[in-house]
Design a binder for this molecule. Sequence first.
Ligand code: SAM
Length: 240
Amino acid sequence: MSNPRELYHIRSVLSMKESDEKAKKINKYINMLVNYPVNLTAYQNQKDAYENLILDSIISIEAEDSFLNSKRIVDMGTGGGIPGLVWAIYFPEKEFYLVDSISKKIQALKIFIKELKLTNVYLFCERAEDFAKTHREYFDFATCKALARSDIALEYLTPLVKVNGFISLFKGPSYFKNEKKYTQNVLKKLNIAEFKEIEYEIGEDKKKRYFILFKKIGTTPQNFPRQVGIPKKFPLGEIK
Ligand SMILES: C[S@@+](CC[C@H](N)C(=O)[O-])C[C@H]1O[C@@H](n2cnc3c(N)ncnc32)[C@H](O)[C@@H]1O
């Protein structure tokens, strides 16, 4: 990565508000992520990784009060730390719980966190369905990127959030054609309401991205999430 240009880019995204320290940590993180011996991301060159992982994580929330006012945040299916680790670098005053079912990914994150000297990140190697048993209604804000179809992801995330908390999904344009119908079919079942759809663009080719937000309006029925594997096998959005 050409450091000065990328550092400038990060600063410009954050309206020149952010310190060099955070930008340097982002650079260090992306280097570790792309060069890690086990494949942690589909983006193998630093420019693509930077646009699709770092910028996408930051542009989505930089002006979003439901996120900015939240203190305890969970990123389910975090993989190599997207978006949770990026957010943890930029928001040291918030707490981030990063969860993934694959232990080699959590091992990599342990190394990254140590190298980056982050003290606001908690790691869990667990399935979403099990994590909900110990962290029910514990979070102000939950997210996931590329974890599962929207109805499945909402079943994983909703139980984790407090009533009046927020749930968010990262999506591309195909969401509206292919997935939104499943979302609509789970709102009532999970006691959530559509809150906001934030449209933004990333990269030189101005790729359209969407940050889809939901508000939890009542307690989640105790039967959700269902047993490990069931949400994916029998998706809630397809049940009449
Ligand atoms: C496609 S990767 C996305 C990783 C990261 N969020 C990103 O955007 O780069 C999906 C991740 O979700 C994890 N995952 C899938 N199902 C899960 C579940 N039920 N509970 C916890 N993690 C899960 C996988 O292990 C994988 O690391």
